[in-house]
Design a protein around this ligand. Structure first.
Ligand code: NAD
Length: 299
C-alpha cells in the first residue's frame, strides 16, 4: 500500500495562532501522517493561543482520526519580521507581548530547533501586509516594503537559517496565492507583489537549497478560504463564491485539502518534486472565461 508516512519526522509550521488558519490544518495533516509537530506563533497572538489550548477550546479542532489530540512538541514565539535579536527595535523588544518571549526572531527559532535535534519539514504559513486593503496605487513605500518583508523575505530568511539545521532531504513549503500572477481586486498593499516574490524566490531557493543541502522547496497556492487573516482582508465569502462558480470543480476548497497536499509534498513520495507551485483551488487558476454553453442564457 502506498501511504504518506511521516513517522520519525519533525515538522515546524511557522504561522499558527488559531484553529482556523491553513497552518493549523497542515499541522493536523502532518500529525495524521505520523510527524511530530512544533509551531511558531506571532507574539501578539501567543497568549491567546496558549490560553485557548489550555482551556480546551481547541480540542474539537485538534481531534485526530484515531481519537487523540494534535499535540505541539513546542510552541515557539516567532516574529517573521526579524532575522536576529540585534535587529529588533527597543519598543518591540520591550513591548509587553514580546518582553518574555526570549529570542523570537528567525535566528532564535533556528537555534531552538537545532537544540531540540533539528527538523525535517518547515512550513511557512504566514503573511502580513499592513496596507492590504489599499489599492496598489495608494500604497505607501513603507506599507509595500512591510508586506514584502513579512510575507516574502521571511521565507528566504527561514530557508537560510533553518537549512543548516534540517536533517538530510528536508522539505520547505510556503503558501502563495493566485494574486501573484493575476489581478485579484482588493488584494492590495503590495501583497500581490509579495506573493510574486515568494514564488520567484521559491524557485531560486529550490536550486540553491537543493545544491547546498539537498533540501526541497515547494509552494502551495490555495483558493480562497475563510481564515482569520482572509476575513480581515475583505469580503472573503464573496471571493469564495466567485471562485467556486468559476472553477472547473464548482466548489470551495477545504483546509483539509491544503493539509493533505502539504503532507504529500513534505513526504518521501514527493522526493522528486522541488521548485514547483501546486494549486489547490479546484482548478480556478486554469480558467479564462468560465461561462459554458449550459450557463449561457439567450438575450
Ligand atoms: P492565518 O490567519 O492562519 O495566517 C496568518 C498567520 O500569520 C497568523 O497566524 C498570524 O499570526 C501570522 N503572522 C502574521 N504576521 C506575522 C509575523 N510578522 N510573524 C509571524 N507570524 C505572523 O491565515 P491563512 O489564510 O491560513 O494564511 C496562511 C497562509 O496562507 C498565508 O501565507 C496566506 O497568504 C496564504 N493563503 C491564504 C489564503 C486564504 O484565502 N486564506 C489563500 C491563499 C494563500
Amino acid at each position: 500500500m502506498l501511504a504518506i508516512d511521516l513517522k520519525g519526522k519533525h515538522a515546524l509550521i511557522a504561522g499558527v495562532a488559531d484553529e482556523r488558519g491553513l497552518g493549523f490544518s497542515i499541522a493536523k495533516a502532518l500529525a495524521e501522517a505520523g510527524a511530530t509537530v512544533s509551531v511558531g506563533t506571532w507574539p501578539p497572538m501567543l497568549k491567546m493561543f496558549k490560553m485557548l489550548l489550555a482551556r480546551g477550546k481547541l480540542d474539537d479542532a485538534r481531534r485526530l482520526s484515531d481519537g487523540t489530540l494534535l499535540d505541539f512538541a513546542a510552541i515557539y514565539p516567532f516574529d517573521a519580521d526579524y532575522d536576529r535579536l540585534e535587529d529588533v527595535p527597543a519598543e518591540v523588544k520591550d513591548h509587553r507581548r514580546y518582553a518574555e518571549c526570549g529570542d523570537f526572531t528567525i535566528a532564535g527559532v533556528a537555534a531552538a530547533v537545532a537544540a531540540s535535534g533539528g527538523v525535517d519539514i518547515v512550513v511557512h504559513s504566514l503573511a502580513n501586509g499592513p496596507e492590504v486593503k489599499k489599492p496598489l496605487l495608494e500604497t505607501s513605500r513603507a506599507g509595500y516594503l512591510a508586506a514584502v518583508s513579512a510575507s516574502a523575505y521571511s521565507h528566504v530568511s527561514l530557508v537560510r537559517q533553518l537549512g543548516p539545521v534540517m536533517r538530510p532531504r528536508g522539505s520547505f513549503l510556503t503558501l502563495s496565492y493566485v494574486a501573484s500572477n493575476r489581478v485579484v481586486a482588493g488584494y492590495g498593499g503590495g501583497m500581490s507583489t509579495a506573493k510574486a516574490a515568494l514564488e520567484s524566490d521559491a524557485r531560486v531557493l529550490a536550486f540553491e537549497a537543493g545544491r547546498r543541502w539537498g533540501h526541497r522547496v515547494n509552494v502551495i497556492s490555495p483558493g480562497p478560504y475563510a481564515s482569520r487573516a482572509a476575513e480581515a482582508i475583505g469580503p472573503i465569502d464573496l471571493m469564495i463564491k466567485y471562485t467556486s462558480l468559476a472553477s472547473p470543480l464548482r466548489k470551495a476548497i477545504t483546509a483539509d485539502q491544503v493539509g493533505a497536499t502539504a503532507a504529500f509534498l513534505s513526504s518521501p513520495l514527493a522526493s522528486g518534486i522541488t521548485g514547483t507551485i501546486i494549486y489547490v483551488d479546484n482548478g480556478f487558476a486554469a480558467m479564462g472565461v468560465h461561462v459554458d454553453h449550459s450557463d449561457a442564457t439567450t438575450t
